[in-house]
Design a protein around this ligand. Sequence first.
Ligand code: MN
Length: 207
Amino acid sequence: MYTLPALPFGYGDLEPYIDAKTMEIHYSKHHQTYVDKLNKALEKHPDLTKQPVEKLLKNLETLPEDVRTAVRNHGGGHANHSLFWTVLGKKSEGPVGKLPSGKLAEAITECCKSVEAFKEQFSAAAANQFGSGWAWLVVKPNKSLEIVATSNQDSPLISGKTPILTLDVWEHAYYLKYQNRRPEYIAAFWNVINWPEVERRFAEATK
Ligand code: MN
């Protein structure tokens, strides 16, 4: 059985960039629902639930056909939100909300010309994702970085890429505070990125 991971901060800790009410509903209702629906879908395949959800997504094509769509949607929802919470943090805590450094900054400069250009390109990917979806910074199999956007709950793991940073652009992620103003929510996101965690994930994916 899959369970909600502990939230690494309090609901109000990302204020004023992400409001407490949105965080509470997003985590305790939306994410919980993906977990519940994933567990329900896998009731007939208890062996699969012993694997991390990320592994199911990486091997989606090999799963029994009757659960593939549920794993893609609800398993994707579980994996995507689990990653999202870890790359957020309180602005007052050290490097949170600044810009990446070290090897990650070098790789970003290689993929996107500069860290500032990366910020613009990632923001554009998030803003231009039509309807519900996610913007991502991923490590490709050749270890280089790429900015991508996906629809619904599709995870880059399905196409063999390892996500290290993500932004949820479903309306449920911002509607209470920002209503239709997705670009304002995207701009606010840069204040609460937990770069040490992104750097850790980058190192792990490229070692
Ligand atoms: Mn969400």
